[in-house]
Design a protein around this ligand. Structure first.
Ligand SMILES: [Zn+2]
Length: 300
């Protein structure tokens, strides 16, 4: 009968057309191939990627703001979404290509996306992608989430680039540092101040005894070479900047220069040469010493 069709989904039942969502897609016969119930089972309504994949398969649009309204119906977000998208005049003829993701980050489902962060299995760093492996888990021991393993591995790598870690003892110390960082994070998040302080003290001790402090870094030329002024300044700031002593001006030389100049002018107009700088000029020059340097002169 024309008012029934067989579900291509999990149930495989012959059902009333009413049990299928309508679709204007040329790929389908007026209804999507999977019944409403099976479609709902296909979608993990807490996983935005699952929602999108399913909508794409049945050629229905993802409209972020409609999804957001549907979320207000907490019991049946997916069902509400389909009802809205199929009945609202501006969307009922829309296909996947008409999807509108604007406002997506305001939806609850989008926020859920980051609940899974503890289960991620790779992270991207400036030095490439770190993939979670058995070796990493072996290195740090059990009891950590994927995110924590990757965080530790990233820190381990960063430290290896900037420090000489060439003995088994140092490697072990570095592993302890990585773990202590995780424990510090955990105690911070749970508001356990005394645990945090305890871990932090141990962390500082290992830093000092193992030569992992910033001041113990490999010299810049050893790691990567200095490529730009900004790197140079960064290095200087990291190592601590010591202001050099101000240059002391040699006033005798200035005196000599003025004397030579005066004698040249005097010679031009037929006067005798002077053996010394006139007292008033000398005094003026000397009193300027220190003023010019920004400090009081203690000589003369
Ligand atoms: Zn079905």
């Amino acid at each position: 009968m024309a008012n029934r069709k067989v579900c291509k989904g999990e149930c495989g039942k012959n059902k009333l057309l009413n049990d299928f969502y309508t679709s204007l897609s040329i790929m389908f016969d007026g209804h999507v191939p999977v019944c409403k119930k099976c479609l709902k089972d296909m979608i993990d309504e807490n996983n935005i990627e699952s929602v999108k994949t399913t909508l794409q398969r049945i050629d229905k649009p993802f409209i972020a703001k409609v999804w957001k309204s549907a979320e207000e119906n907490e019991s049946d977000t997916v069902g509400t979404y389909f009802r809205m998208i199929n009945s609202l005049q501006q969307y009922k003829n829309s296909s996947w290509a008409d999807s509108d993701f604007e406002g997506e980050n305001q939806t609850d489902i989008y926020k859920h996306k980051f609940d899974d962060i503890d289960n991620m299995d790779e992270i991207t760093t400036d030095d490439g992608v770190i993939k979670l492996s058995k070796d990493i888990a072996m290195k740090f021991g059990s009891g950590y989430t994927n995110r924590e393993y990757l965080t530790m591995e990233k820190f381990y790598k960063d430290m290896s680039y900037s420090h000489d870690i060439n003995t088994p003892q140092l490697k072990k110390q570095l592993v302890y540092l990585c773990k202590l960082q995780i424990w510090m994070d955990r105690s911070l998040e749970s508001g356990n101040d005394s645990a945090f302080k305890n871990y932090n003290d141990r962390y500082e001790k290992i830093l000092q005894s193992s030569g992992f402090r910033p001041i113990d870094r490999k010299s810049a030329s050893e790691t990567s070479g200095l490529l730009s002024f900004s790197q140079l300044f960064e290095q200087v700031e990291r190592s601590g900047y010591v202001e050099p002593k101000p240059i002391e001006e040699r006033m005798d030389l200035v005196d000599m220069a003025i004397l030579a100049h005066l004698n040249y002018v005097r010679q031009l107009i037929g006067h005798e040469r002077l053996a010394n700088l006139p007292a008033d000029v000398s005094e003026e020059v000397n009193s300027a010493n220190g003023v010019l340097l920004g400090v009081e002169s203690d000589e003369g």
